[in-house]
Write a protein that binds this ligand. Structure first.
Ligand SMILES: C[S@@+](CC[C@H](N)C(=O)[O-])C[C@H]1O[C@@H](n2cnc3c(N)ncnc32)[C@H](O)[C@@H]1O
Length: 353
């Protein structure tokens, strides 16, 4: 028996789904985040197929997913720019209805020099039936601009359904949510919103590309059943631990944030480039700091009372040069000229966002 509720199966998703369909698997919601065919480094899967091969494979796994979807089910697919158009066309060929083409806008995009930095991916929201499907608007509403910015009495007190551009940070290498053993983890916030909107408690959520187990973890947290597949037995074994930790309350769903105690690991070319950019920036700033004239510090900032003993400027004293005084009427505002250090024109944003 391939299909069991609340399980993660090791195998090729197309084969597993065909077999599970024959065993009666019917999902209320499918979420699929396939490899994007952009050369990511997975432990088993080779993420660099020829165009025709990847296209044919995409058509086959989409058909296999649609085959296990209930007549009123929803089918969400995450994809990059490279194959977004193909997914949209394949969805139409499979008879699916496109409800939204959501743009996931993320921060920590890649630094670029010869084009604008990409900071988005696509989230296709299809339904099998054009009119009958689950959409729990009350479960995903957010505060509206009328409420937040304008204190408008006409604002709906329940807030509004989110727009179709979602600004949610990627799960960066140093974030608390990050697992160390998978290269491209989807933020659980995204799955949380999708599952709340497109499924009900007790519903079955299926993910053909389990990866780090984000869909299964979100389903477990929200009281949905899950059935997911991955070709890597390592990812599946680790995902079981992640789900156990989630259910034990050890992985609360928090705002995505840096974990300062976590060391960064180079998992992808993207990470490597980002680290190189960070290193270059740090070196440039260190060089600039060495060349810089000493900073003069405003006494009011130091919070030192203006006594005779403290009339010598701290920075000036360090290099033994006489302090230049600027006329001021405020005894606490004893200041001299401040020159910023030279930075070769580099700013944090010129190299790395
Ligand atoms: C982009 S990742 C999924 C990431 C996941 N959404 C998460 O949040 O962690 C794609 C996953 O698909 C798996 N995979 C690749 N080919 C597969 C196949 N034919 N069947 C099942 N899984 C496959 C890879 O091992 C990888 O873990």
């Amino acid at each position: 028996m391939t299909y069991q509720p609340n399980s993660i199966v090791v195998g090729d998703c197309i084969q597993v789904l065909r077999q599970a369909a024959a065993e009666g698997l019917r999902a209320d919601l499918v979420f699929a985040d396939p490899p994007f065919n952009i050369g990511y480094v997975y432990d088993v899967y080779e993420d660099a197929k020829a165009y025709d091969e990847y296209y044919a494979w995409t058509r086959d796994w989409m058909a296999a997913c649609a085959g296990v979807l209930k007549p009123n089910g929803s089918f969400w697919i995450a994809i990059g720019d490279e194959y977004a158009a193909e997914i949209r066309i394949l969805g139409r060929q499979l008879g699916l209805t496109l409800r939204n083409w959501v743009i996931w806008h993320y921060t920590f995009g890649q630094a670029t020099k010869r084009k604008f930095a990409r900071c988005h991916a696509h989230l296709f929201y299809f339904t099998k039936h054009p009119k009958e499907f689950t959409f729990n608007d009350m479960a995903v509403r957010v505060p509206s601009a009328r409420q937040m910015n304008y204190a408008d009495a006409r604002a709906n007190p329940n807030g509004k359904v989110p727009d179709d551009v979602w600004s949610i940070s990627r799960v960066c290498g140093t974030f608390t949510e990050r697992v160390e053993w998978h290269p491209c983890q989807m933020p659980e916030k995204i799955l949380d919103r999708i599952l709340r909107a497109s499924s009900n408690e007790g519903d079955l959520v299926m993910d053909p590309f389990n990866g780090s187990g984000t869909t299964a973890a979100a389903a477990a947290r929200l009281g949905r059943q899950y059935f997911t597949v991955d070709i890597s037995d390592t990812y599946v074994a680790e995902s079981h631990k992640r789900i156990a930790d989630t259910l034990a309350g050890k992985r609360p769903l928090v705002e995505l944030s840096e974990n300062p105690h976590k060391k960064r690991k180079v998992n992808t070319l993207e990470d490597k480039l980002r680290r190189q950019a960070e290193d270059a920036r740090e070196k440039a700033l260190a060089r600039a700091a060495k060349r810089a004239k000493p900073l003069q510090i405003r006494r009011s900032v130091l919070d030192i009372p203006p006594t005779a003993a403290t009339t010598t400027d701290v920075a000036t004293k360090r290099v033994g040069r006489p302090r230049k005084k600027r006329p001021t009427n405020d005894p606490t505002e004893s200041t001299t000229t401040v020159k910023p250090p030279k930075t070769d024109g580099l700013t944090p944003h010129s190299l790395f966002d």
